[in-house]
Design a protein around this ligand. Structure first.
Ligand SMILES: [Zn+2]
Length: 161
């Protein structure tokens, strides 16, 4: 028997003001796009914005329905839109923000398990890492260099062959 170790490092910034211009703009857009969320059941509005390798910007927000909790997270709405509009174009960075019905949030949230799987698969299919910028409407910001790092010992297409 031997023990394996998985190291996970990410950057922590005190606020959006400490980010470089491009990253700050992307996070501010993610904050804006929370307004397009349809979340009458969870009252939890999430916005995601991607910058693609070709310079295009694609948005996603969570979309619920009456058979709650069946619904789509902002991250997977974004990935589906990006894949449909710009197939095979890598996503370089995704910023994700959120708030409650009062429009408030003060710490970063991280993608749910299903979205982690989808992000990893997107990285694998276009062979390009996706940077994540995670932040609320205010407060600290996390930057993760590769979304797949959020899913150690992941289950991938290679396991199916
Ligand atoms: Zn999710």
């Amino acid at each position: 028997m031997n023990k394996q170790e998985y190291q996970f490092k990410f950057e922590v910034y005190d606020s959006i003001d400490d980010l470089n211009k491009e990253d700050a703009w992307l996070l501010s857009e993610a904050r804006e796009v929370t307004q397009h969320a349809y979340a009458p059941y969870s009252h939890f509005q999430v916005g995601a914005i991607a910058r693609l390798d070709n310079g295009e910007i694609v948005a996603g927000s969570n979309q619920e329905n009456a058979s709650f909790p069946v619904g789509l997270c902002a991250e997977r709405v974004l990935l589906a839109a990006a894949a449909s509009l710009f197939p095979k174009v890598p996503i370089t960075t995704i910023a994700i923000s959120y708030h409650n019905d009062n429009g408030q949030s003060n710490h970063p949230i991280s993608p749910c398990g299903i979205c982690r799987q989808s992000l990893l698969e997107y990285e694998n299919r276009v062979k390009h890492p996706i940077r994540l910028i995670l932040g609320g409407m205010e407060g600290k910001v996390y930057i993760i260099e590769r979304a797949g790092m959020l899913l150690p010992l992941s289950f991938t297409a290679e396991d199916l062959s």
